[in-house]
Ligand binder design. Structure first.
Ligand SMILES: [Zn+2]
Length: 243
């Protein structure tokens, strides 16, 4: 059955409405999830922290070198895998402190071997972590010292129980204080999962594709219409030409 022009227009409108609504919902969902999780809104354009060296009131000369300390902890870089002094350390007691200000960050008992090449922890010390979204790393969440703001690493949701989190920390941003004791915080604010972020980005992209498809169809329709009109003029010219 041939579709009437009215029916087609109505269908096209519904498709356009659904595509717009879908895109809008995907964006709103994205914003809601990222703002509800740890780190809040502070995620746009961030790639680690940037901290002035003067704020490192409790810093120590690190065995991995002052240059690496500046690049990683103060300017948000990442040390090469398996290069840090704490990658394979397995102390059962003590506290890992911030290399910049000395704040206790992780207890030695929460360290585990993730096989990634960076010191990994399943939970931080209470109130020790600050979180920030890092879209440049596919939605992973950057972690920094909540006291001085020094960059530490990232947290991922593929860690061991009971938290299910893996705090992947640059060794150069830590120093082990073997004599201290601190309580771990297992009541960790929710951090957005990178796979969830990926799903949101894909759904947003699909919504945009639908809109683009609609725009493409519109352009084709305009082009066909102008061709038909041009041919009509051509036929008219031929018809008026003398034999
Ligand atoms: Zn600090």
């Amino acid at each position: 059955m041939e579709e009437t022009p009215l029916g087609k227009t109505s269908w096209e409108r519904w498709k356009r409405f659904a595509a717009t609504l879908g895109s809008l919902l995907a964006v709103l969902l994205f914003v809601a999830i990222t703002s509800a999780s740890a780190g809040g809104w502070d995620y746009l354009g961030s790639k680690g922290s940037s901290v002035a060296e003067e704020s490192c009131t409790g810093s120590r000369v690190h065995r991995d070198g002052a240059e690496r300390f500046q690049q990683v902890c103060l300017h948000g870089g990442t040390e090469p895998a398996r290069s840090g002094i704490y990658d394979h350390s397995s102390n059962n007691s003590g506290v890992y402190r911030c290399a910049c200000c000395g704040t206790p960050l992780f207890t030695a008992g929460d360290k585990f071997d993730s096989g990634t090449g960076w010191p990994s922890f399943k939970a931080p010390v209470a109130q020790a972590m600050g979180y920030r979204k890092d879209l440049l790393a596919l939605g992973s969440t950057e972690v920094h010292c909540s006291t001085c703001g020094a960059h530490l690493g990232h947290v991922f949701e593929d860690g061991p129980s009971p938290t299910g989190l893996r705090y992947c920390i640059n060794s150069v941003c830590l120093w082990l204080d073997a004599d201290s004791v601190n309580a771990s915080d297992y009541n960790i604010p929710w951090v957005a999962n990178s796979y969830l972020m990926l799903a949101l980005l894909i759904s947003s992209s699909l919504g945009c594709c639908l809109l683009s498809k609609r725009a493409g169809e519109q352009v084709l329709s305009w082009r066909n219409r102008s061709r038909v009109e041009a041919r009509g003029v051509e036929v008219e010219v031929f018809a008026t030409m003398p034999p």
